[in-house]
Design a protein. Structure first.
Length: 287
């Protein structure tokens, strides 16, 4: 079985408070994009064998392996599977690659072995693996995420957006970025934050990118830039290109621009290249 495992962008990410369980209460706007990994699953007698040629993909503590062990614990599944992972999503880039792999794997295993698990059951299993996993299991293209991100509410969104993703060297530790987060005072209420995120989504649906950008805030930017000051310099450099507002996805470090058409995105890409910008850039769209 061959499975597509798409990345996501956090178009907005608000951190409201730290919870008693150690996680943070969030309000985020997820958006699924065409940059994606591929998983190939094949039955075997027992156990899991994961192969991936990407040097930064962990083999032992991989979310796919953990998803397999969770299935064995929580269901009657007793077989085995070989998994070949073709990695295209940058590792540790704030794009949810590992979570997407885990979500696609759970969906694939449910079909391949006819486990009969409902989507709600798969979502609950996914939430135990990571906060972003339920979004990928939900099948939503565009959604609000609340709680620690695992409470997903799909939002109707028919427009195709285009993105330039700028990769910034090695990945960042999500845990360390959250640990470095310093809340601003006074803290905004969930109702107010959610209202702003919905306004941004409505502007994007109408093709009003500049107006939407005023509401597309990521509260983790300052923490990520403290951990890696070069991100602040890169953001300033990208702002100088006058291509619009540059955003950061998740806990970073991937930056992105939003466009309404492939033509606009390609023109922006050419402008970045002419300006001497040499980092890895991905062109992708809503998926």
């Amino acid at each position: 079985m061959r499975l597509e495992s798409p990345a996501k962008l956090n178009l907005a990410l608000h951190v409201l408070r730290k919870r008693k369980d150690g996680y943070h209460e969030l309000c985020t706007l997820f958006h699924r994009i065409s940059l994606r990994d591929t998983l190939c699953l094949q039955k075997r007698r027992s156990g899991i064998r994961l192969s991936c040629f990407h040097p930064k993909v962990p083999k032992k503590n991989n979310l796919v392996v953990r998803a397999f062990e969770l299935l064995k614990t929580e269901t009657q599944f007793s077989g085995g599977v070989s998994v070949r992972l073709i990695k295209r999503i940058p590792v540790g880039g704030g794009l949810g690659g590992g979570s997407s792999n885990a979500g696609a794997f759970l969906l694939g295993m449910n079909r391949l072995f006819r486990l009969g698990l409902s989507q709600s059951k798969l979502v609950k299993l996914g939430a135990r693996l990571g906060s972003d996993v339920p979004f990928f299991i939900s099948g939503a293209r565009h959604a609000l995420g609340e709680g620690r991100g695992e409470k997903v509410r799909p939002v109707t969104f028919r427009r195709r957006l285009w993105f330039l993703l700028i990769r910034s060297g090695r990945g960042l530790s999500t845990r360390r970025v959250y640990q470095g987060f310093r809340p601003k005072s006074p803290r905004a209420s969930l109702t107010r934050v959610e209202h702003g995120v919905k306004i941004a989504s409505t502007f994007l649906a109408k093709g009003k990118v500049a107006q939407a950008s005023e509401f597309l805030q990521n509260d983790l930017v300052e923490s990520a830039e403290r951990m890696r000051p070069s991100l602040m310099r890169m953001r300033a450099q990208l702002s100088d290109t006058q291509l619009g507002t540059c955003h950061m996805s998740g806990s970073g470090p991937t930056q992105f621009f939003i466009f309404l058409s492939r033509k606009q995105a390609l023109q922006a890409l050419q402008k970045l290249r002419r300006s001497g910008f040499s980092r890895s850039i991905f062109l992708c769209h809503s998926f």
